[in-house]
Ligand binder design. Structure first.
Ligand code: NOJ
Length: 584
């Protein structure tokens, strides 16, 4: 065997290879028939989720709220909104999830509250109240109040006048979402208290909303906000002390050169971040059949501490933001996936669901999902995408892609017994619930649902993706993306054809030794044997994808439970392979 010290590494960071499923309680399952989804309904669907293979659920905001931004306007952080149930129902739910080995993470909306929150009401009413300084005020209309809107188009300014307070208040988002003065130590303490509260009720962490704005300096004088990264360390430290395996998944759509600031160079800030850079370039890659910008994005977001992880996603509950692409690239994506004005959200992005964007073409949907599951990180799915659910463009803004889950062919897709669902169920077109629903797909072995279940099962058998180091292989074909992962002397290889035409792929696996002569196809029987020169050559059908294990033995047999070197490879690949094949 290999020489060297045996180092037992932390090898149970659950989020490194989780399958996260995001849902909104309001639109998932209504148990009491009032038209609004609830925790009791969600609980009845836990076996469905467990069968699908998800290992963590991310709940969108469900706390008390006037719901003018789908719950991202909280009026009481310590209450479940009565429409969804009680705190008791919530605890029953987290407990039931835990019994099935499913973790729960919840949205933490700490940048702003609802304008109906008692803190804000008190702050506006009484300038002497301690809550006054929990928000961000200005006596005069600040300069630049028409800049920096998070929702340009729907939102006209970031400062609004409040006649009760007789002052202007700051709001990065809608005017009913006043920003908290997050630099105020009392506000910070309250945020920690909120985290501590939900941790105590059984959650495994938080999807933290709008992180760059949470940590930004705010005020009428602030022209260029500065990020106070230390706040992130403080939150992490608190959380880790309260519960060692709890995580924060940050929503931070930032440039790659600040990623490390968010993760923390010592891995002491955010555990996870959504990879927006890869997300946008992935859609460009799909639109243009060109893998190059995606490869660039993967390289740019490669550096991260070894305990950190990327959240990989396709679509979420917001629009597909294209702000990181060049003008030309953006044009290409709009043309391919959102050509009509109704599909767009101003110039910000595309507001559609995945399946209709890809013209309900199963080949393209599988390709997109195969990519999501095999790019470096942890997959975050959106409810309904496992069925290929669609959107309703007649609904305003982002509502179009937030319609109720389609369970069956019963009225209102089996989501509710009420005749008045909280949001209309999609009932017309190819994505209507009579064609797209869980009950039918469960019985059809070739359904999208069963495909998703199988791909999740296989994803769990390639832990290299979550833990390993990756290398992008050269294929000389801009439409073909080939990535190899190495971890604990094991390697897996994923090849994707972004083009609408078949491609012959020729590649070297890039590792020396016998093992790279055989590529075992994990999804079907066409394995690949290297040609005389050591290269592999095989055909990929239009939009085709392959998952290979290098060398072929089942990873369970080859895998060692103890790491013989640091989880992040210290020795560069090439140097290692010159020493010849690695003993197992
Ligand atoms: C980001 C959330 O994803 C979005 O839905 C919400 O409107 C804003 N943050 C404001 O909380």
């Amino acid at each position: 065997g290999r020489q060297g010290p045996t180092v037992l590494m932390i090898n149970d960071l659950w989020y490194k290879n989780a399958v996260i499923y995001c849902l909104s309680v309001a639109t998932y399952m209504d148990a009491n028939g009032d038209g609004v989804g609830d925790f009791a309904g969600l609980m009845r669907r836990l076996d469905y989720l467990s069968g699908l293979g998800v290992t963590a659920i991310w709940l969108m905001p469900f706390q008390a709220s006037p719901c003018r931004d789908d719950g991202y306007d909280v009026s009481n952080y310590y209450e479940v909104d009565a429409r969804y149930g009680t705190l008791g129902d919530f605890v029953e739910f987290t407990h039931a999830a835990k019994q099935r080995g499913i973790r729960v993470i919840i949205d933490l909306v700490a940048n702003h509250t609802s304008d109906q929150h008692p803190w804000f009401m008190e702050a506006r009413r009484n300038p002497k109240s301690m809550y006054r300084d929990w928000y961000v005020w200005s006596k005069k209309k600040p300069r630049g109040s028409n800049k920096g809107m998070a929702f340009p188009g729907v939102q006209k300014s970031t400062w609004s006048y409040d006649s009760v307070a007789r002052a202007w208040y700051f709001h990065r988002f809608y005017d009913f979402q006043p920003d908290l003065n997050t630099s105020n130590p009392h506000v910070q303490a309250e945020i920690l208290k909120i985290m501590g509260f939900w941790i105590q009720l059984g959650v495994s962490g938080f999807r933290m909303d709008a992180v760059p704005f949470v940590i930004a300096t705010k005020g009428p004088q602030v022209r260029n906000p500065v990020e106070q990264y230390d706040m992130l360390r403080m939150m992490r430290e608190f959380l880790q002390w309260r519960q060692g395996d709890a995580i924060i998944l940050a929503e931070a759509n930032v440039l790659p050169d600040t990623d490390m600031e968010y993760f923390g160079r010592e891995g002491d800030r955010m555990h996870m971040m959504f990879n927006f850079q890869v997300n946008q370039n992935l859609f460009y890659a799909l639109a243009a059949s060109d893998a190059r910008p995606l490869q660039k994005a993967l390289k740019a977001t490669k550096p991260r501490p070894k305990t950190a992880q990327w959240g990989m996603f396709l679509r979420n509950h917001d629009e597909l933001d294209l702000g990181r692409l060049t003008k030309q690239q953006r044009k290409t994506v709009f043309k391919a996936f959102g050509p009509e004005p109704a599909m767009q959200l101003y110039d910000r992005g595309i507001r559609r669901r995945l399946a209709p964007m890809l013209e309900n073409d199963r080949r393209r949907i599988e390709l997109a999902y195969s990519l999501m599951f095999t790019l470096p990180g942890t997959a975050v799915l959106r409810y309904g995408d496992e069925l290929g659910m669609g959107d309703n463009l007649a609904l305003p803004e982002r509502q179009c892609a937030r319609t109720p889950m389609q369970w069956s062919t019963e009225p209102n897709a089996g989501f509710t017994k009420s005749k008045k669902p909280i949001s209309p169920v999609i009932s017309v077109g190819p994505c209507g619930y009579e064609h797209v629903n869980a009950a039918q797909q469960r019985r059809d072995p070739n359904s999208m649902l069963n495909w998703t279940e199988r791909i999740i099962r296989m994803r769990k058998e390639v832990p290299e993706v979550g833990w390993g180091d990756f290398e992008i292989l050269t294929t000389r074909d801009v439409s073909v993306l080939a990535i190899r992962y190495d971890w604990r002397n094991n390697s897996v290889l994923f090849v994707h054809n972004l083009a609408s035409t078949p491609r012959e792929v020729s590649l070297s696996v890039g590792i020396a030794g016998e093992s790279s002569r055989l590529l075992v196809n994990l999804l079907s029987e066409d394995h690949s044997q290297a040609k005389a020169g050591g290269k592999h050559r095989f055909m990929l059908e239009a939009y085709g994808y392959r998952w290979f294990r290098v060398g072929g033995l089942d990873y369970l047999l080859k895998r060692s439970d103890i790491e013989t070197e640091s989880a992040d490879r210290v020795t560069p690949r090439r140097q290692r392979s010159r020493r010849g094949p690695v003993a197992r």
